[in-house]
Write a protein that binds this ligand. Sequence first.
Ligand code: ADP
Ligand code: MG
Length: 171
Amino acid sequence: MNIVTVTNQKGGVGKTTVSVHLACGLAERGYKTLLVDLDGQGQASTHLTGDTAINRRPNGGAELLFDLEKLKAGISPLTTPLGVDLLFGHNALSRIDEGERTTGDAMEVRDYVRALPYDFIVIDTPPAMQLRQLAAVLWADDAGARHDQSGHHQGAIGGWISGEGAAESSR
Ligand SMILES: Nc1ncnc2c1ncn2[C@@H]1O[C@H](COP(=O)(O)OP(=O)(O)O)[C@@H](O)[C@H]1O
Ligand SMILES: [Mg+2]
């Protein structure tokens, strides 16, 4: 199982586009793939389902990954026509950042997230360095982030950092 987190502190740089295409490409190649949409706008979820109001559903989406009891009991992501399973993004996900949870809580659920029955989990993130974004990096094997140093591609996702390295440096 591999977790790939697509993240950047800026909006409009292609996180959702990369996430959806990566997840669909993996599914097309026969990998059992879950897309986790941690962005409350739910744009990746709309891309996969065609439902433009999916982010108004109050629960049953990506918040489940932050709920140890529900993870232990077993969660049921949506299936989508493109062959990618989905934990959708919705407005109430902001509660994850606003509550009392810490990166310690994110580490507590990490093994359960990583034990989900998928070859790949692709995580799309909101453009803010808060708990949702940090958790997604801590859970990941690889996190796509802009690290271009030339200054010519300020808005583009330019490379990949190691999730293990990110986990180490944020401890
Ligand atoms: N490689 C690309 N070339 C041109 N336009 C792109 C590319 N990737 C994304 N876009 C466009 O840029 C806009 C922002 O992309 P999006 O994936 O929603 O960014 P983010 O999730 O980082 O906010 C969208 O309109 C998208 O269609
Ligand atoms: Mg996005």
